[in-house]
Design a protein around this ligand. Structure first.
Ligand code: SF4
Length: 512
């Protein structure tokens, strides 16, 4: 059957697992018997560039030459479990692959990595630059890949091409591909969806700012709008994702990682620094029994090695349902710190259900800061949760946030002390510097300036009330936090580029 629509997941994002957003839309079409095709242009494009690098006969420095020679072995190693038992082999393989991507980008003025695409001349937060990327698709680093791939896919003559745009690192490539399609096949209607497209719609007042390039921007959950466009209107959205059309054995992970969302939005919805709150996204959970039924049937169909639960925060009720289930597959996800997790029996049952790692947003080691951020957590509870999870054998991936309006250097030092004091129960760390969401309450009360000088920037620069500016925060992180031996040891074992996507494999493959 001829596909009505081709869904495209554009470069660049981490190529560790199939894209969940596209799979969810694919699931709704599968349920309605509508034919579609999916193209993971991110994974395919990266593999294409890597292969092209190895066939270059131009001499290069020793590192690049080594990376070319070992490419095949390095890629195969990341798809097998053995390398996750050896930190230094893993780091070498990842940095070699990344070296080749960097080399591929050089002639195009692009700093390309396994997780980012940074163009020297164009910024993804300026609509003018996105139109420029669309006007000159042949100047995009992925042009040789996508021109041939799209020409080929268009032989099927679908009515729609849908792009799922979730990260800024995908934006320039998305628009280069759209520009290519508009020039060569203007018949197809272009649909743009995904979380970044949604955020842009919110900050620009809902109009189609890409008119002339994009026919429809679908904000929020795309299933209903998509089915309407395809003439099968249906308001349901709890369709199971469909992964059958993705190149499941090509991702850079050992075995299939199955991404799955149990809800839209966040049940807590209160943290003052969070775009979820600033954009006022509604919380729409799926019933726990439906989540478990869908996961069981995806497990039986696809035999994943790991389930990645994508929610911003798994609710305590869902954690309870998972703890009582017998999925039989390891899983990990983000959750808020709640007193449930101080109960050792509960944590042991989570572990038994397959929970290998929990991602936890602790943000600060200063209670005063947490309270002002409306984080809703107590450090005494955080401390007990970390220790209980450690006892139960569940790894922790801790997220810290520096430079928030209520933080000052003294608070940041408290965060360092808290981290050091709990370093035996923190397995991995993510350190972030605060960005002020444009639509947040704080943006109204602080002295602000345009951060990236772009009309599509989601964040604003601001004058810190305690003069704890970004440069100071950066210096503190580099010269103080990361230099502390206990913090440095955690950072050293946190996987570069793939970060939390690969961290569970180090836990699963730990040798005692
Ligand atoms: S718990 Fe996480 S997703 Fe929810 S409001 Fe707070 S920061 Fe945002």
């Amino acid at each position: 059957m001829k596909p009505k629509i081709i869904f495209i997941h554009p470069p660049v994002s981490k190529p560790a697992e199939p894209p969940a957003g596209v799979a969810k839309l694919a699931g709704s079409l599968t349920a309605k018997g509508i034919a579609y095709e999916v193209i993971d242009a991110n994974l395919e494009g990266m593999l294409f560039l890597l292969k092209s690098e190895t066939s270059k006969d131009k001499a290069a420095d020793r590192w690049t030459m080594r990376a070319r020679r070992h490419l095949e072995n390095n890629v195969s190693a990341l798809r097998a479990s053995g390398i996750y038992q050896n930190q230094s082999r893993y780091r070498r393989a990842v940095s070699d692959i990344n070296r080749l991507l960097g080399s591929a980008g050089k002639d195009y003025g692009v700093a390309l990595s396994l997780s980012d695409y940074h163009d020297r001349l164009l910024t993804p937060v300026k609509s003018h630059d996105l139109f420029s990327a669309a006007g000159n698709p042949e100047q995009n680093l992925f042009y040789h890949y996508f021109s041939a791939r799209l020409e080929n896919a268009l032989q099927e003559n679908p009515d729609f091409i849908g792009f799922s745009l979730n990260y800024l690192s995908q934006a320039l490539c998305t628009f280069a591909m759209i520009g290519f399609l508009k020039k060569n096949n203007p018949r197809q209607k272009i649909i743009l969806g995904g979380s970044l497209a949604t955020s842009w719609t919110k900050i620009t007042g809902g109009s189609n700012i890409f008119s002339g390039l994009v026919d429809e921007i679908v904000a929020g959950r795309g299933e209903e709008k998509l089915l309407e466009l395809l003439g099968k209107k249906d308001c349901s959205w709890n369709f199971a994702p469909a992964y059958g059309n993705f190149p499941l054995t090509d991702y850079l992970s050992p075995g299939l990682v199955l991404p799955y969302s149990t809800a839209h939005g966040c049940y807590w919805h209160s943290c003052s620094f969070c775009p979820e709150k600033a954009e006022d996204n509604p919380y729409l959970p799926q019933p726990a029994n439906q989540v478990l039924t869908q996961l069981q049937s995806l497990r039986d169909e696809l035999h994943p090695g790991l389930i990645h639960l994508l929610d911003n925060a798994l609710s305590p009720a869902l954690l309870r349902a998972l703890a009582d289930s017998s999925l039989g597959i390891p899983w990990y996800g983000f959750t808020r710190i709640t007193s449930h997790l101080t109960d050792e029996d509960f944590c042991r049952s989570l572990k038994k259900s397959g929970c290998v790692m929990l991602k936890l947003g602790i943000e600060s080691g200063d209670q005063k800061v947490l309270d002002k951020l409306h984080k809703g957590i107590e450090l005494t509870i955080v401390s007990r949760v970390l220790q209980t999870l450690k006892k139960a054998g569940i790894a922790t991936y801790v997220y810290l946030l520096f430079g928030t309006p209520p933080e000052d250097e003294e608070s940041a030092v408290k965060t360092l002390n808290f981290t050091v004091g709990h370093s035996d129960c923190i397995d991995f760390l993510n350190l972030a510097i605060f960005n002020l969401p444009v639509a947040s309450e704080e943006a109204k009360s602080l002295a602000t300036a345009d951060f990236y000088e772009g009309d599509l920037s989601l964040y604003k620069d601001f004058a810190h009330p305690a003069s704890w500016q970004r440069a100071d925060v950066r210096r503190f992180l580099e010269k103080t936090f990361k230099k502390h031996p206990a913090a440095a040891a955690i950072i050293e074992r946190t996987p570069p580029y793939f970060t939390s996507n690969h961290a569970p494999f180090f836990v699963l493959n730990k040798t005692c």
